[in-house]
Design a protein. Structure first.
Length: 126
């Protein structure tokens, strides 16, 4: 009976929790970004060693005084960067997310990138 209850609990949690969990910026960051940029954003993820260009230390982006929201947004979206196809080491997330979101489209994409930018802002050491 206890086992049954646990199973019920698990299946109740599984579906909705997963869909919204992946929209949590911390979860998304650890899934999509940490491999290169590191869990804390310092550019020390496990994949960093094999890249030609070192992943940016995201914890220092605000060290100029104010956090460069627009620049970070564009870097993550990637679709309107002139080098979008010239720097294969930083994925073009705008394109990937758009493909994955399909009909949900641009609005959800914007919310997702906005949340990621704010998450990166929260990692600043200054
Ligand atoms: C496959 C490795 C990889 C992954 C995964 C990755 N990045 Fe990057 N990222 C890079 C590299 C390499 C650079 C440096 C690019 C350059 O200098 O041209 C970079 C640069 C950046 C910059 C630019 C900072 C600046 O100086 O303007 C930001 C912001 C950034 N990444 C955020 C993210 C976020 C957020 C994610 C997850 C959604 C992510 N990255 C996932 C490799 C990666």
């Amino acid at each position: 009976m206890k086992l049954f209850a646990n199973c019920l609990l698990l299946s109740a949690l599984a579906a909705p929790a997963f869909a919204s969990d992946s929209e949590l910026p911390a979860t998304r960051f650890s899934e999509d970004c940490a491999s290169c940029h590191g869990v804390g954003g310092a550019g020390d993820g496990p994949v960093a060693a094999v890249l030609k260009i070192r992943p940016t230390d995201l914890t220092l982006l605000g060290s100029g005084g104010s956090f460069p929201y627009a620049r970070v947004y564009r870097a993550i979206d990637g679709r309107d960067l002139p080098l979008a196809h010239g720097t294969p080491d930083m994925p073009v997330w705008g394109e990937r997310y758009k493909r994955a979101l399909g009909p949900l489209g641009e609005k959800v994409l914007h919310q997702r990138i906005d949340a990621l930018v704010k998450y990166v802002e929260s990692l600043q050491v200054h």
